[in-house]
Ligand binder design. Structure first.
Ligand code: MAN
Length: 527
């Protein structure tokens, strides 16, 4: 493991000395580059531009354009000085800082002329670094263990779901077939039901019309009597002209022409039959009924219901009609529930007379259709239930739960962080939100869209996009950085740019490598 190697190196270098190199290395040169500086052998500048005698290395005169002949003096402006820093970590400083009277390297090697007295602080610094490394190691070790458990849980969950999918697949197919069969059965049962109900409802509409016509005729006869002022069983032109409401041009008299236009034909005299069918329908809108004190109000006559087509049959069958009447209540009419949109229309007339119950034969068909509908609904629900389960499983299996499914336990969880103004919520694989501390509604900062890499780590960030649109700005979005930590915790939330949010989330699931500080390239080069 990388961290183990690092610890070994720190321990080793803390008790080593400059003498570990088999050949002396010029001042300011790293061990890895030591082989380019061989005593007695001409030195070639590391950029290959020039060869010089070995003696000219560190002679305080800059020969090489790349400054590599003067690693241990300040002669070259672009020179680099390598601090060995045994016990701590090596460091490279600009060679202009060599012998400038300031201690730059913790081992004091940059002040070799001893213009200042540099204390070697490498061991001390190495110690605190080792402690820090040890703490990191422990954290990573603990995190690793939890991560392994997470991975196991994730793999197990996936295996279970996959197994479930194998059994649910055929179930679904069988349920679908059954559902389709019952749907066909339902449609077949609904057809005769609809026809039979339609027959009864059409009959009832016809009855309604007859009732209306009957009522209208009674009214017409009443008006006829009112207009026939001389009682000769005829309404004459003169009698009509006596009604001031027919004075359409308001000139104070009712002309023959006004009556002709109103009635639609020239009229001299109209008997009751002609009046009811021809004159009354034309004048009814203009005719002013006498006030209630003057004349008896016109009432609807009681109309005897005509037996329905099937009732007529029933009578011939000798069945007791009273039973039907006694049976009839609102439930009879509402039997079809919401499906019977037509029923409502046919149920009420001007006087809110209810439609008589459907005949027995029709009700039998309705019962059969009801049973078929119920059977279908049950089968449909059963199918949908299994179908939904399958869809949920497929959605779950399509989730990218990270390497070895380590992020599985974060699914279905939410984590919060509160700063001075807002409480931020992070629900991995789902959404990120923000809620003002002072109350008010939650603002969606985005829904999970993808993972994004952080350097080598493919699962460095979770990206949340297409949140609530920012006024005069972009849609809100959030970037959640995954950091190795002992616990799952939203440790920070910020808004570095308006409506662009940045969260830190610590989790053992992210404990897969050393944190950035220990990934120092220089440190590795020197191992
Ligand atoms: C709200 C919050 C803030 C955001 C502003 C933008 O107040 O969502 O985070 O900066 O709207 O108007």
């Amino acid at each position: 493991m990388v961290w183990q190697t690092l610890l070994l190196f720190v321990a080793f270098s803390s008790c080593a000395s400059n003498s570990i190199a088999s050949e002396p290395i010029p001042r300011g040169v790293s061990r890895s580059k030591g082989s380019f500086y061989k005593p007695g052998v001409p030195f070639t500048c590391l950029d290959g531009s020039l060869s010089i005698p070995f003696e000219q290395i560190n002679d305080d005169y800059c020969d090489c354009a790349d400054g590599t002949d003067e690693p241990g003096t300040a002669a070259c402006r672009n020179g680099k000085f390598y601090c060995m820093n045994l016990g701590y970590k090596p460091e490279i400083i600009p060679s202009s800082r060599v012998s400038d009277g300031v201690c730059d390297c913790c081992d004091g090697s940059d002040e070799y002329e001893h213009k200042v007295d540099c204390q070697n602080t490498c061991i001390e610094m190495g110690k605190s670094m080792r402690e820090e490394l040890e703490a990191q190691r422990r954290l990573i070790e603990e995190g690793h263990q939890i991560r392994a458990e997470y991975s196991q849980q994730g793999k197990q969950a996936k295996a279970e779901k996959q197994g479930l999918l194998v059994t649910l697949g055929p179930d679904r197919d069988a349920l679908k077939q059954r559902r389709d069969e019952l749907e066909a059965k339902k449609l077949a049962a609904e057809e005769p039901e609809k026809a039979a109900k339609g027959l009864h409802e059409d009959w009832w509409k016809e009855q309604q019309k007859l009732r209306e016509a009957e009522k209208e005729k009674v009214i017409a006869m009443d008006v006829f009597k009112q207009l026939d002022t001389n009682g000769d069983e005829h309404v004459t032109l003169t009698e009509l002209q006596a009604r001031e409401e027919f004075d359409t041009n308001s000139d104070g008299q009712v002309s023959e022409e006004e009556i002709t236009i109103l009635v639609g034909e020239a009229i001299d005299s109209s008997d009751s039959e002609h009046f009811a069918t021809t004159v009354w329908p034309k004048i009814k809108d203009s005719y002013r009924m006498p006030s209630p004190e003057g004349v008896d109000p016109i009432e609807s006559p009681p109309v005897e219901p005509v037996p329905s087509p099937t009732e007529e049959l029933d009578e011939h069958d000798g069945e007791d009609d009273d039973d039907d009447d006694a049976d009839f209540d609102e439930d009879d009419f509402d039997e079809e529930g919401d499906e019977g949109g037509d029923d409502q229309e046919s149920s009420s007339s001007a006087d809110d007379v209810m439609m008589p119950p459907y005949p027995d034969e029709t009700r039998q068909l309705m019962d059969i259709a009801d049973a078929a509908r119920k059977e279908f609904t049950d089968a449909d629900n059963e199918f949908n239930n299994v179908d939904r389960q399958i869809q949920d499983i497929e959605k779950f299996l399509a989730l990218d739960l990270g390497p070895d499914d380590v992020f599985y336990p974060l699914r279905d969880e939410c984590y919060e962080f509160t700063d001075r103004e807002y409480t931020y919520k992070f629900c991995p694989f789902e959404k990120a939100t923000q809620r003002p501390k002072t109350g008010g509604s939650e603002t969606n900062l985005g829904t999970f869209t993808k993972w994004e890499a952080n350097g080598d780590d493919t699962y460095g960030f979770m990206k949340f996009e297409k949140g609530v649109h920012c006024w005069n700005g972009p849609d809100r979005s959030a970037n959640v950085k995954f950091i190795c930590g002992k616990e799952n915790q939203l440790s920070n939330a910020a808004e570095p740019n308006r409506c662009e949010y940045s969260f830190d989330f610590t989790t053992p699931a992210a404990c897969h490598s050393l944190p950035d500080v220990h990934d120092d390239a220089h440190w590795h080069t020197e191992l």
